[in-house]
Design a protein. Structure first.
Length: 551
């Protein structure tokens, strides 16, 4: 029984890891590839020096690309599940290392509460639910491993720390702040060891500089004097918002009532508490300074490059910030062993924070899932239109209905599908997909094929009307529609005002494909190219005057 009690935090951590993994997989069930992932899937399939080292949003992303390509070659592109499983492993490993780090300072129970808080950090929903964010989780995981390796205070630990720091940099620029942390850790050692141990941070730093000079200098940057001058406020807001997120008071992706003053109030309360502790026990634990340097460097670098979408409440930054503040607090209260009553109170506080954060995490899932519907539907449209679609056709937000597919070009996408399989709906699946997906597929199809119209003055000649014709009564067309197959269709409008001509194929509500329409007293020739689906299109004419459609 005594042994079970002693091992209870570890057993509960294991249970939390299992529950968190199951929760993430449940919340991401049915999701497919999203946004930036498409750059790795279809643009960087050829593993060359350039594809590996070209920056992505100013970040070096060597290891995420290699991981993506490995998964692609093993599992193909028909399912994104391996990505989500890998994300769960990264998140779980980060929580375990955080537990080890905090346990060494304040004991196993507070370490357990810290790990649970990170596993259920709802305001960091992007990081917890989007596999691409291993570009942010990876540096934190490797940075934690680096700091723990340095605590060995031996040659093997130093070598491991250098390797972990190189790995952190290879995931994204979030590894850069850990260089500062490593430098501070080395500087804390005896002066006689500084030169001998400087390789720990100098080798990764030189590798990063070499990358920057060769490739990174061409990356987009938002560095501005205005950002530098406002950086102190950004740092304080980042610290406060990270504390609020851990406490279950952070922002939600759906908006709602987020009060930033809660984070500031928690920050002030902690400053008072730390000041009180310093009066009773002056001095700081040496482990504080490496992680403090890392956090400060991270927040300052983010502040210097801030722009809309990169603010202290951004989901991905809250994850890193929460890890940093928990590590800082563990060092500030190093050596404390709270009483049983205090531990019970902390457990209650943790549970009270986890509840709201799980709601926020569910909100994030509800935002991401419709994106998978668009991805599957728009991808299906490209595959149906593959005979005639321009290889340079791009799924821009205006066409795709979402900005998350802006990296998808028809030619590269179809080549990847031919080689690795398709994540899109089949034609049968598209016919029963959610309505928003079917509507968007019709819009993408119309642009990708493309469906074209040509209008000229006049009336429909007898020879043009010898085929099957359908009449739309004046002003009473309602939901009348006529089925069309690939080929030419002529639409005659009697004299009168401008008329609307619209189509649908997979949609069942309304006619989402709008043409330019036509003026009265004209004949419009509608051309529909042949594609990979047998399902007909349906034409609707909304006009005050009579119209006739001949197929």
């Amino acid at each position: 029984m005594e042994r079970l009690t002693r091992n209870a935090p570890v057993l509960l951590l294991a249970a939390a890891l299992v529950v968190a993994t199951a929760m993430t997989l449940a919340l991401t069930s049915g999701m497919t590839f999203y946004q930036d992932t498409w750059d790795f899937l279809i643009t960087r399939r050829a593993i060359t020096v350039d594809t590996l080292l070209q920056p992505h949003n100013e970040h070096i992303v060597v290891f995420p690309i290699l991981i993506e390509q490995l998964l692609l070659r093993i599992f193909g592109m028909s399912t994104a599940l391996p990505e989500y499983v890998l994300l769960c492993l990264f998140l779980a490993a980060t929580a375990v290392l955080l537990y080890v780090y905090v346990k060494r300072r304040v004991g196993p129970w507070l370490a357990l509460f810290a790990a649970v808080a990170i596993l259920c950090l709802g305001p960091a929903w992007e990081v917890l639910l989007w596999p691409f964010e291993i570009t942010f989780v990876g540096p934190i995981l490797c940075g934690l491993a680096m700091l723990l390796a340095l605590e060995r205070n031996d040659r093997l630990g130093d070598i491991a720390a250098c390797l972990f720091l190189i790995l952190a940099l290879g995931f994204s620029g979030l590894g850069i702040p850990f260089i500062a942390g490593a430098a501070v850790a080395v500087a804390q050692g005896p002066r006689a060891t500084w030169l001998r141990r400087s390789y720990i941070f100098l080798i990764p730093l030189l590798l990063y500089v070499a990358w920057y000079l060769g490739w990174g200098h061409d990356a987009e940057t938002h560095l501005a004097i205005r950002n530098v001058l406002a950086s102190s406020r950004f740092v304080v807001d980042s610290l406060a918002n990270s504390l609020a997120a851990v406490a279950g008071l952070g922002p939600s992706p759906t908006g709602g009532a987020f009060d930033p003053s809660w984070g500031r109030a928690i920050l002030v309360a902690l400053v008072v508490l730390i000041g009180y502790r310093q009066l009773r026990k002056p001095g700081f634990f040496p482990g504080l300074w490496p992680i403090a340097a890392t956090a400060l460097a991270s927040w300052l670098l983010t502040a210097f490059n801030a722009f809309p979408g990169r603010d202290p409440t951004s989901s991905r930054y809250l994850y890193a910030g929460a890890v940093f503040v928990l590590m800082i607090l563990a060092n500030l209260f190093n050596g404390i062993r709270p009483s049983r009553n205090v531990l019970i109170a902390m457990a209650v506080v943790t549970a009270a924070a986890v509840g709201p954060n799980l709601v926020v995490l569910k909100d994030g899932s509800d935002i991401l899932k419709p994106q998978s519907v668009f991805t599957r539907a728009d991808g299906a449209a490209l595959e149906i239109a593959r005979r005639t679609v321009n290889p340079d056709f791009q799924l821009t937000p205006e066409v795709a209905g979402t900005p998350s597919l802006i990296n998808v070009y028809a030619g590269a996408y179809l080549t990847a599908v031919d080689e690795y399989g398709s994540p899109a709906y089949s034609t049968v699946e598209l016919a029963s997909a959610p309505e928003e997906g079917r509507r968007q597929a019709d819009i993408v199809l119309a642009d990708a094929l493309p469906i074209t119209t040509t209008t000229r003055p006049g009336t429909l000649s007898r020879s043009a009307g010898t085929g099957e014709c359908f009449a739309f009564p004046a002003g009473r067309s309602g939901n009348l529609q006529v089925a069309l197959h690939p080929g030419l269709t002529k639409i005659e409008l009697a004299p009168g005002p401008h008329a609307d001509i619209a189509l649908r194929r997979f949609a069942v509500e309304g006619f989402p494909v709008l043409t330019d329409g036509a003026a009265g007293g004209t004949v419009t020739t509608l051309r529909i190219p042949r594609d990979e689906a047998s399902r007909p299109w349906y034409l609707h004419v909304d006009a005050a005057q009579s119209a006739r459609v001949c197929r």
